[in-house]
Design a protein around this ligand. Structure first.
Ligand code: 13P
Ligand code: SF4
Length: 394
């Protein structure tokens, strides 16, 4: 649930926008559909809000960046930023020994870094994952109300009831969920490891209950052939990419390769030359034999894509409409809530500390630890079989 904009203290001059997202209608049977034999489920439109921080003037921006550098050092704090946040918060993280990465690496980096204060620029579930993995560290965020439509659209009570209806299924949830939903899960995945983990579970005989992203779940089911019963959530950014318009854009740029995040609809994924997490998209841009790319993910990615690939051209994939009609226009309104002003404020005051109910932490940590152990073994080239029990095993 989000609080009202009245209850937050932004900077004078900040605007607020209404953000529509979808939640499965609990009146619908099972509130879910099977990936391989889709049963339509009614969703209702819900409303949240996002703050739009004012962009500082150039001199103020430089002052804020210098102050942030000074404070990070003085407070022994490290920045952990996602690729979708403001370029200044990405650059500052790199300059000061922090990281800009996908959500999997953010979790790992925060856990392993020696700093006692982590400043997570991203959305709330990223801050919560950092806190769950490092309960003794102080985790701060520029804005604690930076939300995610996948997290909002999967409330824990309804999700728990869904799990209770399907006790025979292994519960796999996406990182973009609350700590309480994670605490109901057997496994956590991010888009960079979901395929490997679901494939391993399928090989061990597991049927899966998947939440919350229907597009990522559909992609995983198509690629692995696993039996996924899905929660019907969507990302308001990726859900808006359009295949018809993308095909037209491809015709205008016949040599361009198409890079797609798997939170996008199936017909958009079908047009991709590379599908994957934000890190996988960066890797494809570096390694594919092309100089022009059409990119179907949040346009915050353009900063790092262009920085890492001077001379290559990156074009945004088309969304549902122009600024009058699209919900996100390819930029996550909650990622956009992270600002330099608030970064400096939280470092100065210690405000916006991420707190997770201590009673939830041990249970919420289990599926994250499983994911991190699995991905570490994969990276080291070690066998992963022993990390995924056969369905008959305890
Ligand atoms: P990644 O795990 O690919 O960074 O994605 C996180 C996210 O929120 C995408 O919308
Ligand atoms: Fe959530 Fe989509 Fe924003 Fe990522 S881009 S944080 S999935 S709403």
């Amino acid at each position: 649930m989000t609080s009202s904009p009245d209850s937050v203290h932004g900077t004078p001059g900040d605007a607020f926008v209404d953000v529509e997202y979808e939640q499965p209608d609990q009146a619908a049977p099972a509130a879910a559909h099977r990936a391989l034999a889709a049963v339509p489920v009614v969703c209702s439109t819900r409303h949240a809000w996002a703050r739009v921080p004012a962009e500082p003037a150039p001199a103020e921006r430089e002052r804020l960046k210098a102050r942030a550098r000074e404070l990070l050092k003085a407070k022994n704090a490290v920045m952990v930023s996602h690729y979708y946040v403001h370029p200044d918060l990405q650059d500052l993280a790199l300059e000061t020994g922090g990281i800009v990465s996908d959500s999997l690496e953010m979790a790992r980096f925060g856990r392993d870094h020696a700093a006692q204060t982590l400043v997570v620029s991203g959305v709330r579930f990223m801050g919560e994952s950092a806190k769950i993995l490092s309960p003794d560290k102080r985790v701060l965020m520029p804005d604690l109300d930076a939300n995610c439509s996948l997290d909002l659209g999967c409330p824990v009570d309804e999700f728990s009831a869904f799990c209770d209806q399907h006790p025979d299924r292994t519960v796999v949830v996406y990182a973009n969920t609350s700590a309480a939903v994670k605490a109901r899960a057997d496994w956590l995945v991010t888009s960079s490891c979901a395929l490997d983990i679901v494939r391993a579970l399928k090989d061990q005989g597991h049927k899966i209950l998947w939440a919350p992203d229907r597009h990522l779940g559909g992609y995983i089911a198509r690629e692995t052939g696993a039996d996924l019963l899905m929660w019907n959530g969507a990302c308001i950014v990726h859900d808006e990419f359009k295949a018809f318009e993308l095909e037209a854009l491809k015709k205008e740029h016949p040599r361009a390769k198409v890079l797609v995040h798997p939170e996008s609809p199936a017909d958009v994924v079908a047009l991709a030359d590379a599908v994957g997490s934000t890190s996988a998209i960066l890797n494809a841009a570096r390694t594919l034999d092309a100089t022009e790319f059409i990119v179907a993910t949040d346009n915050g990615m353009m900063h790092t894509l262009r920085q890492q690939n001077p001379g290559k051209v990156f074009i945004e994939a088309p969304t549902a409409g122009n600024s009058a009609t699209c919900k996100s226009c390819a930029h996550c309104p909650w990622m956009a809530m992270n600002s330099l002003v608030d970064l400096v404020r939280v470092l100065e005051t210690g405000a916006n500390e991420v707190l997770v109910d201590p009673a939830l932490i041990p249970r919420a940590r289990q599926p994250i630890d499983r994911m991190l152990a699995f991905t570490a073994a994969l990276k080291a080239g070690q066998p992963v079989g022993s990390l995924v029990p056969h369905i008959g095993a305890a």
